[in-house]
Design a protein around this ligand. Sequence first.
Ligand SMILES: Cc1ncc(COP(=O)(O)O)c(C=O)c1O
Length: 393
Amino acid sequence: MSVTDFVNQYGVDRRHTNSLKWDALDERFGDATLTPLWVADMEFREPASVTDAIIERVRHGVFGYAIDDPAYFDAFNNWQQTRHNLSLERRWLTFDNGVVNSLYTIVNTFTKPDDAVMVLTPVYYPFKNAVTDNHRTLITSELKHDQDTFTIDFADVEAKIVANDVRVLIHCSPHNPIGRIWTPKELEQLLSICARHNVLVVSDEIHQDFEIGDCKFVSALTVADGRYNDHLIVLNAPSKSFNMATLLNSHVIIPNATLQTQFLAGQKCFNQVELSVLGQTAGEAAYRTAGDWFDELVAVIRSNYQYVRDELAVKAPAVHVANLEGTYLLWLDLRSVVDPTTIHEFVQNKVGLAVDYGEWFSDEDQGCIRLNLATKPEFVHAAVQQLLTALVH
Ligand SMILES: Cc1ncc(COP(=O)(O)O)c(C=O)c1O
């Protein structure tokens, strides 16, 4: 199926459906007319195989407490094996109602107030909130960047771990918002530093399926044949790949039995969860049947990315566009063309967009913006043209 056919078949108008992205523009940005390229969800409908599975479950008409169906694990594990060369054991997997929920539980379970928790910035801001909301000490290590590619400053990471006695590192892989898919070498270097200093690693792999360029995603679970798995918690979910965040079904993968027992005890204290029946039904159907739909979706994101890159390279080369290896979130650095202190005014009043702002991800990144490319090309094209127009006026 071509990009146009996919967009025609699955594209939806989300206005007036209580969509956070579309219907909260006035509340969040003070202007309901902006083109929303902010929060990470999409304008594409699930394939019929997924909605049919949900409808069949809804027809049964009962939504009482549930246990998971072995078919769920089989479909999920098969997806991991075929897409990521990752074989899971059933006992490693437990469920939560969202990845951010799990982050809060982990911070509460594995650290005490004032303990140090590290993140690599700029990073998805709930990572920072999970630390500061729980009165832990946030330690940041800023990613280095050379041209449009970001890398980890390993010396800085290790020095700060030692200096602050860091207990937990929350890692984003692939990395939102700068779009890196970390290489096995980078992951091993990071995991070995953490192992050396007894730091628990939480690897948030929710964007694992979005491989936009040629880089292949590698789970922390497969690094060095699982050598670091005793100090590792992996979080992921079907919610980004299949646009089902509000079905509240996410995965907590912990190979080490003691660590898993501790996590479950923490979950009991801090955030008791129930399995989401519709989330499980939808997730299982998606992993089992929606591979082709997903690949076509990625083709749309690729084409949107190519458009932004090519247009800006020719018409506004001073705008830095990060290389989009993974995720569908594109990081633009506008600091050489816009005064960072006026960025909101510029983006909203001159360009007409709702975006995620750089300073949400790092104190050092005011003047950068994050664009969500998992949308109809018409919105991305309009956004780029509006940006180009605003830059010359
Ligand atoms: C890296 C990352 N983790 C977690 C989430 C949200 O996960 P959940 O809705 O399951 O809490 C997002 C959403 O954009 C994300 O980008």
